[in-house]
Design a protein around this ligand. Structure first.
Ligand SMILES: C[S@@+](CC[C@H](N)C(=O)[O-])C[C@H]1O[C@@H](n2cnc3c(N)ncnc32)[C@H](O)[C@@H]1O
Ligand SMILES: O=c1cc(-c2ccc(O)cc2)oc2c(O)c(O)ccc12
Length: 248
């Protein structure tokens, strides 16, 4: 089949059966109960397809453990699958800055399950466009003490982990901010980095609603490949993720 005749699909594996096999054999049996409940509750939401894929979630959990994450950022919450897995993984005194322009799916579906799991105290959910929040986090805090000004860089280089799963058009801008907010050795995970396979489709056969995202994700992939300040790896999970580790 020629590239221009391929249909857009979320799972980019050889077959849906193979994907189902991975989920049923290795992912669902090990999924914590609150995450399973959240995934099942999300299934009836009209935007269910946007939820983080559980196989990608399994890798995120491992990465969080590997970097011993305590302070994290979540860009794009929806009902909160990746948020909850983060909250379940980081320590009791860990903190997550979670940002979404629309907190309704979180309030209605995610929050009751997150509260029942006893991890809501780790989450600071901010209903906003993500970019101004990231910029605010990066702003220098300063305290004036008589004639002296004490400069504090509270957030720069202080986060261990970030998940980016929101508006694709801003991914490059999120990357620029996150590489300052993350510690050296910190990890950012970008979701949808092949954008349903559209990155290799001719523009004419890309569905209209995916065109802007396609262009932005292609720019992100170029930016990540050229950035010597980080190490990257693509992982064929969900709609494809790219793991990015700050090197210096
Ligand atoms: C793919 S969903 C996130 C899925 C989520 N990570 C999960 O685990 O289910 C994308 C979310 O990004 C949010 N969003 C879109 N544009 C945004 C922006 N500019 N700033 C913050 N959030 C945004 C949407 O409201 C939506 O909830
Ligand atoms: O179908 C989608 C759509 C989005 C999406 C579109 C526009 C925005 O401003 C934010 C998100 O994100 C998705 C996603 O992250 C995914 O894994 C699957 C499908 C979609």
């Amino acid at each position: 089949m020629g590239l221009n005749k391929k249909k857009v699909s979320k799972g980019l594996l050889q077959s849906d059966d193979l994907y189902q096999y991975i989920l049923e054999t290795s992912v669902y049996p090990r999924e914590p109960e609150p995450l399973k409940e959240l995934r099942e509750a999300t299934a009836s939401h009209p935007g269910a397809g946007m939820g983080t894929a559980p196989d990608a979630g399994q890798l995120m959990t491992m990465l969080l453990k590997l970097v011993d994450a305590k302070k994290t950022i979540e860009v794009g919450v929806f009902t909160g699958y990746s948020l909850l897995l983060t909250a379940l993984t980081i320590p009791e005194d860990g903190k997550i800055v979670a940002i979404d322009v629309d907190r309704e799916p979180y309030d209605q579906i995610g929050f009751p399950i997150i509260k029942k799991a006893g991890v809501e105290h780790k989450i600071d959910l901010i209903e906003s466009e993500a970019l101004p929040v990231l910029d605010k986090l990066l702003e220098q805090a300063s305290i004036a003490l008589f004639f002296f000004k004490l400069q504090l860089h509270e957030n720069e280089g202080s986060f261990d982990f970030a998940v980016v799963d929101a508006d694709k058009v801003n991914y490059c801008k999120y990357h620029e901010r996150l590489m300052k907010l993350l510690k050296v050795g910190g990890i950012a995970v970008y979701d949808n980095t092949l954008w349903g396979g559209t990155v290799v489709m001719p523009i004419e056969s890309t569905p209209e609603q995916m065109k802007l995202g396609r262009q932005s994700i292609m720019e992100l992939n170029k930016l990540l490949a050229a950035d010597t300040g980080d190490q990257i790896s693509h992982a064929a999970l969900g709609d494809w993720i790219t793991i990015c580790r700050r090197l210096y």
